[in-house]
Design a protein around this ligand. Structure first.
Ligand SMILES: C[S@@+](CC[C@H](N)C(=O)[O-])C[C@H]1O[C@@H](n2cnc3c(N)ncnc32)[C@H](O)[C@@H]1O
Length: 252
């Protein structure tokens, strides 16, 4: 990938100073790359922007150990390496080749994850865990289990930051601007969204992996039900002008 000065100006102001330290190498099999360098890089920048905002609220300390959970081939991981050069950086995903790439390109400790959330284990505890577009593909019970698992992997007062599909995603599919999933599955999502605040349906031919859309009130209630969790930030379309971002601090 290439990045010129003009491209940098498309990044949020707080992230621009890290752009010159970015590793621009790209995996040949990066599922998140669609040929548009500027957009790909700006996705990482806006994730970092939301995370820096959450870190500022919690005191502004740089994290010393960071996990990118569901990192793929490092669209956001590369920004962590640039912004937190002294931090130990971990990444996991179910895509083994992506993990090999992240390990060599971003000096990350990586492992291949699994889909059974109960049995997931991490080699370390983290000041910061990022889950970019992971819960957006899971049913409500799995999102809750994953959040609890991530909170159990934080250091004292560590942060979990995750993205969710919210009202913007709802409006995109409803208006026909973008199709996340086929119509019958979308109807199932709408039913769940109305009934409980969290709608989910499997992708065709897949079990346990699909599309979710949630209300802000749904994630707020989940956090309020956890005495050891503090809602730090909840921002609509804060990631890539698309996903909502929620930051939750462990108060243990
Ligand atoms: C939409 S992609 C986003 C990738 C990356 N976070 C990014 O923003 O570029 C979702 C990623 O989550 C990964 N994933 C899904 N379930 C997972 C699990 N149980 N453990 C780890 N990664 C998972 C997928 O393999 C995929 O790479």
């Amino acid at each position: 990938m290439t990045l010129d000065m003009e491209g940098t100006l498309h990044f949020p102001v707080a992230t621009r100073r890290f752009a010159s330290s970015l590793n621009l190498s790209l995996s040949s099999d990066d599922a998140m790359y669609n040929g548009n360098d500027r957009h790909y890089l700006s996705c990482g920048a806006s994730a970092l922007n939301a995370i820096l905002a959450a870190l500022n609220i919690t005191g502004g300390e740089s994290p010393t150990r960071v996990l990118d959970f569901g990192a793929g081939a490092g669209r956001v991981t590369r920004w962590f390496r640039a912004a937190f050069p002294d931090a130990a950086l971990d990444a996991c995903d179910i895509r083994a080749a992506d993990m090999e790439f992240c390990a060599s390109a971003f000096d990350a400790e990586t492992w291949v994850s699994g889909t059974d959330i109960d049995s997931l284990k991490a080699p370390n505890f983290y000041d910061l865990i990022w889950l970019g577009s992971v819960a957006t593909h899971l049913a409500a019970d799995k999102t809750i289990d994953l959040l609890d698992k991530m909170l159990s992997w934080t250091t004292s007062h560590g942060l979990v930051v995750m993205s969710l599909h919210g009202r913007f995603a709802l409006q995109r599919q409803r208006s026909g601007e973008f199709t996340y999933i086929h119509d019958a599955a979308w109807e199932e999502i709408e039913r769940g969204y109305s009934a409980s605040g969290y709608g989910y349906a499997d992708y065709e031919g897949q079990s346990g992996y699909g599309i979710s859309v949630s209300k802000l009130s749904w994630i707020t209630k989940v956090i309020e039900a956890r005495p050891n969790a503090r809602l730090v930030l909840l921002a609509e379309t804060a990631w890539d002008s698309h996903h909502d971002v929620v930051a939750i601090q462990s108060t243990c």
